[in-house]
Each structure stands twice: as structure tokens, then as C-alpha cells.
Design a protein around this ligand. Structure first.
Ligand code: GUN
Length: 281
């Protein structure tokens, strides 16, 4: 029976530490301010934005939400980003993804000042991540590495298979895991015979967004299984892993919900605190 990697409990521990750091900043007269730009009415985005607001408040970070209409023009969003970039009170900026079709997300992301890039998704931050000179990390990827470290699961020399090559999770996680000396395979929907890779993996991270993608026959006994999937099946939130059968074969496994999800928001808040301290020397 695999043991549970309890992301929720770890997220609460992190929140307590962050609260202390924010208290110290406030004692020095510094109020961290984090701005979220959300364009349109994607239902998942609305939930993310609300969750972030709640967690920010708990930690003592001020969050400002710029809710823009679905037909907003790219040039107007760019103007807003430019204003926030030069506003000395603003410590962090993020554009909630996805954005509506008339807007090119890369144009927006590349406009954010890397010194305020809480999401680690600007081209400068992504480049620094692969160079090993980064000062921000995309939150979900950082949360996964943090969770493994918290449970003292060493990555050095391990075979790590990541399924999903997104800029938000798969690619940054590959960079961070390489830094920890894992041997990384980055799989995606063109990969042939997934099982050939997953059966050799010491650590499997699935960020594919497909329920029941990872079944017990695909993993080796004692593997560590991290589930980043968020799928809605018959009104229930499930991950990518067939949890009930995989948990008996894995050594460690994250549940959905309560695994990676709560960590993402907490790590995002950590980046806000990090950038606030950096901006204030
Ligand atoms: N939408 C879902 N996850 C994320 C994320 O990590 N960053 C941004 N900017 N948008 C998202």
C-alpha cells in the first residue's frame, strides 16, 4: 500500500512560514501586492482566481484582480501590463491562462517585467530556468519538487518520467528535476508506447489531463506517482491516475484532490514574497 503525499498538509505548513515572512515585511513598512489579470470567463480560471484571493488574504498579501471582458483587445491588455510594470507598489503580475482567441498569450507574457513575473512564464524566466540562473519558478513545477523534498524523496540518479510538455508544468519540471540530477524523459501525446517508459520510471508525474491514463500495469512496484491531472468525470474531480489500483503498487502517491493542487497556489504566493523581498533589497 502506497503512502500518501499530502499536498494539502504541506501547503498549510508553507502558508504558516509565508505568513511570518509577510509579517516581517509589513513590520518594515512593505505590503506585498500581487496583480492578476483575468480575461474572459473561463470557469476554471474563475475558480483559480478566487482560490488565490483567499490564500493571499490568509497570508497577508494584497491581491488585485483585473477582470477584463472576453472581447478585450490585446493592445489594451498590454497597456495595463505596462502600467503595472512601472508601478513601484506592484510586486507581482500574472496573466491567468487561457486567454481568448483574439489575444496571443506569448505577446502578453513577454511584456511582463521578469522582476515581477510571479508565474515564471516570461521568456526571460523560462530561459533562466534552463540556464540554472533563475530566481522564480513556475509554481506547479516548484510545488512538485518541494513536495518530494518534504517527504525526503531524492531525485539524484532516478528515472523520472513526466507526461505532458506544457510550458506551465512539464517543461519547467523537467528543468528543475535535471537540476536535482534526475534522468528525465518528457513524454507527450505523440509518444509511442507510453508504458515502455513508465514501467522503468522511479518517479512518474502525469500532467496529461486524461482520466485513468496511468493504470497499475504501467508502473513498476515501489514507484513514486505524482498526479497533476484535473479532470471532471460524472461530476467528480479526478486526476490522470487510476488511484485505487495504482496506490497498492506505488510507494508514494498524491491524491486528487489534496495532492499537487493546493501546492500550486502556495508556491505562487512564495514567489510574490520572494520578488517583494528582491525588489526591496
Ligand atoms: N492557468 C492554469 N494554471 C495556470 C498557471 O500556472 N499560470 C497561469 N498564468 N495560468 C494558469
Amino acid at each position: 500500500m502506497g503512502q500518501i503525499l499530502d499536498g494539502k498538509a504541506f501547503a498549510n505548513l508553507k502558508a504558516d512560514k509565508l505568513k511570518e515572512k509577510v509579517k516581517k515585511l509589513k513590520a518594515d513598512g512593505i505590503q506585498p501586492l500581487f496583480c492578476v489579470i483575468n480575461i474572459g470567463d473561463d470557469s476554471a480560471s474563475k475558480i483559480y482566481v478566487r482560490t488565490k484571493k483567499r490564500r493571499a488574504k490568509k497570508i497577508g498579501i494584497e491581491q488585485k484582480i483585473y477582470q477584463l471582458p472576453a472581447n478585450e483587445q490585446e493592445s489594451d491588455v498590454i497597456k495595463l501590463i505596462d502600467q503595472l510594470n512601472v508601478d513601484p507598489k506592484v510586486n507581482g503580475i500574472m496573466v491567468q491562462l487561457p486567454v481568448p482567441d483574439q489575444i496571443d498569450e506569448n505577446h502578453l507574457l513577454s511584456r511582463i517585467d521578469p522582476e515581477k513575473d510571479v508565474d515564471g512564464l516570461t521568456p526571460a524566466s523560462a530561459g533562466r530556468l534552463w540556464q540554472g540562473t533563475h530566481f522564480v519558478e513556475p509554481a506547479t513545477a516548484a510545488g512538485i519538487i518541494g513536495l518530494l523534498e518534504h517527504y525526503q524523496i531524492d531525485l539524484d540518479g532516478k528515472n523520472m518520467v513526466i507526461i505532458g510538455r506544457s510550458n506551465i508544468v512539464g517543461k519547467p519540471l523537467a528543468a528543475l528535476a535535471l537540476e536535482k540530477n534526475a534522468t528525465v524523459s518528457l513524454l507527450h501525446h505523440h509518444t509511442q508506447n507510453l508504458k515502455e517508459y513508465t514501467q522503468k520510471a522511479d518517479i512518474i508525474v502525469s500532467a496529461a489531463g486524461q482520466a485513468n491514463l496511468i493504470t497499475a500495469d504501467m508502473i513498476k512496484p515501489g514507484a513514486v506517482v505524482i498526479d497533476v491531472g484535473i479532470n471532471h468525470v460524472n461530476g467528480h474531480l479526478v486526476g490522470d491516475v487510476a488511484f485505487d489500483e495504482v496506490k497498492d503498487k506505488a510507494s508514494w502517491i498524491t491524491p486528487v484532490p489534496g495532492g499537487v493542487g493546493p501546492l500550486t497556489v502556495e508556491y505562487l504566493m512564495e514567489q510574490v514574497v520572494k520578488l517583494t523581498r528582491r525588489a526591496n533589497g
